[in-house]
Design a protein around this ligand. Structure first.
Ligand SMILES: Nc1nc2c(ncn2[C@@H]2O[C@H](COP(=O)(O)OP(=O)(O)OP(=O)(O)O)[C@@H](O)[C@H]2O)c(=O)[nH]1
Length: 338
């Protein structure tokens, strides 16, 4: 059991789903808790592109233990930046080594590598509260620009939670695009969770209200809210998001209990601007990085976690519902700095 996996206090029959108008019939409902070692292997495999790329470059650089000089630091800086660790974070990582060099103190490459590993581990190991949050129902918002994989990720998290025995309900609050509602419903049928929706164009706040009332009435344990990633203007998008948060808090005190920012790992430094944008509008609690399977630039995880002090809950490793793995800081550092 991972540290932030919350155990279910008691097993409850997923009665909530049965009361809904169209009971979803999942393709293959999960029946057991996800096996930790299996998830760990999946996580490692998903990082193979990042690992391979860095094993070639960093592996070679650190191959022979020798004294660090200016040229070595410059080469290291370049490699870390190409792995999508942003310049600000790279500077922070290399600062102690630069200071030593400036003072004329000897520093060996082995020592530098060890301290880099420790620092990166620290940056991506922020303490995370239990997941799902300890509230009933626990309300989780999925936030991010369109196309990052929000809806798919919501479905994967639903699958994961159902596998751990939690009852789940989804709210289709991205009413801006009709296709988004349909996509969520399709996932609901496949994975086995009910979806509360209204007609396209409806007020997202009203859908959130209806969804949370339904969850309370039916005793659902976790509510997953799919929010819009695109609106006519950025201003509208942010105002709408704030409104949804306010509505949620009126129906259930303290809700939403977790606002997860979903970022596409392949977009590189763009992810940083997205994190900035959303963090200015709402209180973000955690991150999910999608499409880790498709990038050799997994370093973006370090940058966003470091700059915004957000724990990484999961990473997306493919398009299927089981392609989601809890983020493992140590395995991540092993892949990044082999
Ligand atoms: N390879 C890979 N593809 C993914 C992953 N997560 C999502 N995708 C794909 O990314 C595409 C976009 O995913 P959506 O879930 O529709 O993204 P969204 O953010 O909800 O987008 P909108 O509905 O347009 O707002 C889909 O083709 C997904 O299958 C992942 O972890 N790995």
């Amino acid at each position: 059991m991972l540290k932030w996996f919350r155990r279910k206090k008691e097993e409850k029959a997923p009665a909530a789903a049965q009361e809904l108008p169209s009971e979803p019939s999942p393709e293959a409902p999960p029946t057991e808790e996800p096996e930790e070692s299996g998830l760990w292997q999946k996580f490692r495999a998903g990082l193979s592109k990042t690992r391979e790329r860095l094993a070639d470059t960093l592996g070679e650089l650190f191959e022979i233990d020798r004294l660090v000089d200016q040229a070595f630091l410059e080469e290291l800086e370049e490699i870390l930046i190409t792995a999508d660790i942003g310049i600000e974070t790279v500077n922070r990582l290399l600062e102690p080594a630069r200071r030593k060099l400036a003072l004329g103190e000897p520093l060996r490459t082995g020592e530098l590598k060890r301290s880099l590993r420790e620092e990166i581990l620290r940056m991506v190991s922020l303490p995370a509260p239990p997941f799902p949050p300890e509230a009933s129902p626990a309300v989780i918002f999925f936030i991010g620009v369109n196309g990052v994989g929000k809806t798919t990720t919501l479905a994967k998290v639903a699958w994961h939670l159902r596998g751990r025995g939690f009852s789940v309900l989804a709210v289709a609050a991205d009413t801006f695009r009709a296709a988004a509602i349909e996509q969520l419903e399709t996932w609901g049928k496949r994975v086995g969770f009910p979806v509360v929706k209204q007609a396209p164009g409806a007020d997202p706040g009203a859908v959130v209200y209806q969804g949370l009332e339904a969850a309370k009435a039916r005793g659902v344990e976790v509510v997953l809210v799919d929010t819009a990633g695109r609106l006519h203007t950025k201003y509208n998008l942010m105002e709408e998001l704030k409104k949804m948060v306010r509505v949620a808090g009126k129906v259930i005190p303290e809700a939403p209990h977790e606002n997860i920012l979903v970022l596409d790992a392949t977009t590189g430094q763009n992810a940083v601007s997205q994190a900035r944008l959303f963090s200015e509008a709402v209180n973000l609690h955690s991150l999910i990085l999608t499409k880790m399977d498709g990038t050799a630039k997994g370093g973006i995880a370090v940058t966003v976690a470091h700059l915004f002090k957000l724990p990484i809950r999961f990473v997306g490793l493919g398009e299927k519902m089981e392609d989601l793995a809890p983020f493992e800081p140590q395995a991540f550092v092993d892949a990044l700095l082999p």
